[in-house]
Each structure stands twice: as structure tokens, then as C-alpha cells.
Design a protein around this ligand. Sequence first.
Ligand SMILES: [Zn+2]
Length: 352
Amino acid sequence: MKIAVLVLLLVIGMYFIGIAGYRHVSLTNTWQAYDCNDVCLNNLLAENEDIHTIVKVRYLGVGALDIRYKHYRILSDPFYTSHGIWDVLTASSLKSDQHQIAKVLGPPRQNVDAVIVGHGHYDHIADLPALKGYLKADARILGSPTSLNMIHSVFPNSTFIPIPAESLDRQWNYIADGWIRMKGVPSEHAPQLLSINLIQGEVHNPSDRPPESAFQWKQGANINWVIDFLDGSYSNSDERVTANNILKRIFLQTSAADFPIGLPTLTDQKNFDLAIIAAASFDNADHYPAGLIKQLQPQTLMYCHWENFFQPWWNQPTPLPLLNMDKLLRTSHQADKGMAVLVPLPGSWLAL
Ligand SMILES: [Zn+2]
């Protein structure tokens, strides 16, 4: 009954959003999306002196990223198959499209070292069960217990690194033969619509098959990530890593939250080369993103989760309905005038 009321509210809300959505937000009139294809990436790499310390980040839409460092590869929030709003609201089975996945990730070559998941909503995880052919035999999946319980039947137990509440903002997890480390930071999820946070809840036990409908993918805990790219191979208990050993540092937040929730505690002086944060629902979170920007002071800020994911977003993305991009970008520049701010087209590369 409760879900039925929520669905009704959502349908009504989407109806109005559909009318108001595209008029005042334009990709071209007031702001430019960042576009960097493979050729552009090669030019960026050619300019760079030390190819071995470069971190490459490719935006794939919503919270999905493809991050490369040396020969290692990390994916975040795997979601590449678009599902129409009607299929989502009517709790239809959301099938992964292997053709679309291959278009986005390339053919499956078992070369992914790790997958990180910010929370369990379908638009952050639903294509993960379809990624078996992409993961190395010793790959790791990091996420909340809820996220991992939902996909438990698909991968061997040894794949999972659950990040329980008590280890958040404490423990570094070393992956990619110890060349990359990441720390989960406790965060929250701003309401999507009319102050309602849809599809909350936890999954406490391993499921015997992955969820099918959007309503079965439960949110669970929300996790932000600090990702450090290191100058050598280190291990989990290693105390030797100092700011000097961290070549590049990225902050990732794939759902908006009231500031200062989601802010990492860091004792070293290493700065953030890049912060990737969610645009969606920014207006429903207090002091977001200004508080975060002032605190993190990243060299570059990149917005993810900005495009309308209820339609295929890969070729002709449009901003999410009701997302006031002008206000978001204005607020971002006011918070830090020296920082580069990017709204990437899906498929765009960035080189750090
Ligand atoms: Zn969500």
C-alpha cells in the first residue's frame, strides 16, 4: 500500500516534471558540456610527460566511471542500460543490455580489478550482475552490506569486500596489487522528489538471485569514496603511505547529501586532484555542493548523475528534469573561483 502511494506521487510528480523539464535547461545556450573522445584523450596523453603516473577517468553516465591507472581498471556504480520511466514505475523486470554494456565498456576481457558501489539503487548497480565477463578472477567488489547481499548469488564470496558502518572513514582497502587504495566514507541520499527518499531499506541476508525491479534494489548505506593512486605497491596494514606516496587523489560522491555529511576525515596534506560529485537532487541537500567544494578544494570538479537516465543517455544526453544546471554551476563557481568545473558528456575522458 505504502509503495502504491509512493508510485502514485511519483507518477504525478513526473507528469509535471515532464512538462516543465526541458524548457529552461539547455546544453548549449547557457553552459557547455565537456566532451573528450578517444582522439582527445590521446592528445591529452601526448602532452603529458610522465605517462606512468597518469590516471584516466571516463564518465559513463549517472554514477558510472571507468578509471584506469597503469594496467589496472576500476568501475564505479555500474549502470549502462536505460529503462523508461514506465518500466521503472510499474516494477517491470529491468534486464541488462549486453550490447549496450559492450558499447560502453568494450568487449568483456576480464580486465577489471575492482568495482565500487555508492548505494544500492538500481541506477547505481543494476548492471553489475551482467559484468561477470569483465571482472578478473581475483577482482573485488566494494560496497555496503546491502549492495553486496543483493548480488551475492552472482559472484564468488571471495569477490566481496563489504564496507560495514564501523569501518567507514577508517579503513583503507588496498586493491590492484596494492597500487590503489580506497576508503569508504559514510554519506546519505538527498530526497529525489517532494522531500521523499524513494526505495530506502536494507537487505540483511545474501539473496539467492539479484533483484529484478527498481523497487527491489534497496538503497542500503550510502558510501562516498576517497581513491588514492600510489607510487608503489602497498598492503592493507601498511603504515608507510604518506602524502608523498600518493600521486593522485580522487573524491567520489554519487548521491547528494546535506553538508557536512559525507566529508572524509584525512590527516595527511594531500590535496584532491579531482572531485566527482552528483548533480541530481543537489537542491534538496543543505549547503551542497558549496560546503563540499570549500572544504575539499579540488583542482577539478566534475559533475556526474546530471543527465536524464530515463532515456538512452549515451548519444544525446539532456539534463535531468527539474535539475537547475545554471544554479548548480553558478553556486559551484562562487564556492571556488579558481576550480575547473566540468559537466562531461557520457563517454568523455579526463586525464589527471
Ligand atoms: Zn539513489
